[in-house]
Every structure is written in C-alpha cells, then in structure tokens.
Design a protein around this ligand. Structure first.
Ligand code: ZN
Length: 295
C-alpha cells in the first residue's frame, strides 16, 4: 500500500501486541492454534457438552462469578463459567478456559513462554494465547474458508460465521479478517447513544440513538480501521441497510471520523439491530485498475 494512512488508530484487536518478543509471540500463537485445532478435530461437536469431550476428568460448573467471565482450576480439575453473562460469551469463555487447560498440557510451549516473558507481561501473553485458542476452537479454518468461498469477504460472510460458530460478531470479525486475502476492512455498526459529554447540550436525534462503528478490523496488510464510536452518515449505504433491513452492495466510501471518504465497495448486511459491513478498498497493483483513494 502506498497510501499514507490519514486515519490510523492503533488496532484494538485482541492479540495486537507490542514488542518485546513479537516473533516469539507469533510462534506461540501458531502453536496455540495448532493445539486448539488438534483438540477440536477429535470433538463430536462444538456445543457446550461436546467442547468438554477432550478434557478427561475435568468438570464444568456454572455459577455467578461477579465480574469474572470464568476460570480454570487445574488443582481441582474444574472449569468455572459465570452463569450471569450472556450465552454467547459463556461459550467463548468456555473455549478460552479449555485453551488454558491445553496450554498447561504443553510443557514445551509453557517453558518457552516462561523464558521469553515474565510477570504481568507473561499473564497478558497467556490470556492473549487463550483467546487465540478459543477463536481457533470455535471457528476452525475450514469453517472460515467455507464462509469465504460461499459468500466472499462480505458483511454476509461475517454474519453467517458469527451465527454458525455461535460467537459474537466482533469475535467472528477478527477471525474472518485474518483469513481474508482481498484488501477488505470489516466493521460491525449498531445504534448507540450519542457520544457527548453534556447530553443537554444538543437535542438527541429521533429515537435518541445514532449509528456508529462498534468494532472494525482489516485483512492482513490493510492499514486502516474505523475507530469505535465513528458515526455513520444517514445517507451511507450502511445506514440505509439498517433502515430498510435489506442487504446492500454499492460503490460508496469508508466514513472515516476525520471526514475523509475513501472510495470502497460497501457490502452492508443488516442483522437484527446492527449492520455487518465489509469495505472493499481500492485495488492493489495486481488487480485491474480501480479508482484510488485521494491520499
Ligand atoms: Zn484466561
């Protein structure tokens, strides 16, 4: 990409890690994915009961846990899940805690991690790895490849992946983006209360809510993303898709918060109270000439 990113916040993706040890971390993520994939391959299914199938003797217990999502207690061989959070989050947490168990079972990986990191950083890396493991467990490569083959890198593919894997749209977004080869930026947009320090300052829009970006992330090599909270203009295809409840594919633009409008093919897929979006960005050198951004 020769474009100079004009609206480039740090990517908030889980797993975006600063130095030290980026190579080590990348290797560890690959190892964690492989552990999860191997584990998943032997499961009878991916429902809650089936997910536990590969952990001999480990009990599963649901109980209120305050602000914790869950825990794995290796001493007592039990995975605890907070029963008070929504089911799709419980499911991701279960996959995360299973990943803790898988990690604890891999002495080589554990000792590499302890050599490379320490203290809070070690804890942070382990949590990142267990999120990577959870995503790999719930969204196997062939499931993602199947969605991309069937629907292309689109908002619809994002919606279908979230539904089929029974994960949140943001969890599905990061996994789908990672597997996407085209220069695509994905986003989940939803109605939110307007961001203002003083709600009395200006009258709220009808309904009191505005359409904003909740989460966004691009395919590898895409250097742009939309900041959470970025408003979507009323006449943008994403807003029209929400209003009409109809999917829209249209040449339009990425509504950067700076006001810059980068041309993109927009695929907006309405899904309940939100819209799942892909922005296909102006082409790479290898592709037929497409209009380039103004950057
Ligand atoms: Zn954890």
């Amino acid at each position: 990409m020769s474009d100079v990113p004009a609206d480039l916040p740090p990517r908030p993706a889980p797993g975006a890690d600063p130095a030290p040890g980026p190579d080590m971390l990348a290797a560890a993520k690959g190892r964690m994915k492989a552990l999860a994939a191997t584990y998943a391959a032997d499961l009878p299914g991916l429902d809650t009961h089936s997910l536990m199938h590969g952990l001999n003797g480990v009990q599963l217990s649901f109980l209120p846990m305050g602000d914790r999502d869950g825990a794995f207690d290796p001493e007592h061989s039990v995975i605890l899940i907070n029963s008070r959070v929504r089911p799709e989050r419980q499911r991701f947490t279960l996959a995360h805690e299973i990943s803790h168990a898988l990690l604890l079972g891999d002495d080589d990986l554990l000792s590499d991690l302890h050599d490379a990191f320490e203290g809070d950083r070690l804890e942070q890396v382990i949590e990142t790895l267990c999120n990577v493991g959870a995503a790999a467990l719930l969204m196997p490569d062939d499931l993602i490849a199947g969605m991309l083959a069937r629907f292309g890198p689109t908002g619809r593919a994002l919606g279908e992946l979230a539904r089929r894997a029974d994960v949140s749209a943001s969890t599905a977004l990061y996994a789908l983006a990672e597997h996407t080869e085209a220069p695509v930026l994905y986003a989940v947009c939803a109605l939110t209360r307007p961001e203002t320090d003083d709600p009395d300052d200006s009258p709220p829009p009808p309904g009191g809510k505005v359409l904003t970006v909740r989460v966004s992330g691009g395919a590898p090599g895409v250097k742009y993303s939309l900041r959470p909270g970025t408003p979507v203009p009323d006449d943008h295809p994403v807003a029209v898709a929400l209003d009409t409840r109809l999917p829209i594919v249209q040449d339009s633009y990425v509504p950067f918060r700076s006001g810059r409008r980068m041309p993109a093919q927009v695929d907006a897929f309405p899904d309940r109270q939100r819209v799942l979006v892909s922005f296909l960005l102006p082409g790479r050198a290898a592709e037929p000439a497409a209009p380039r951004g103004e950057a």
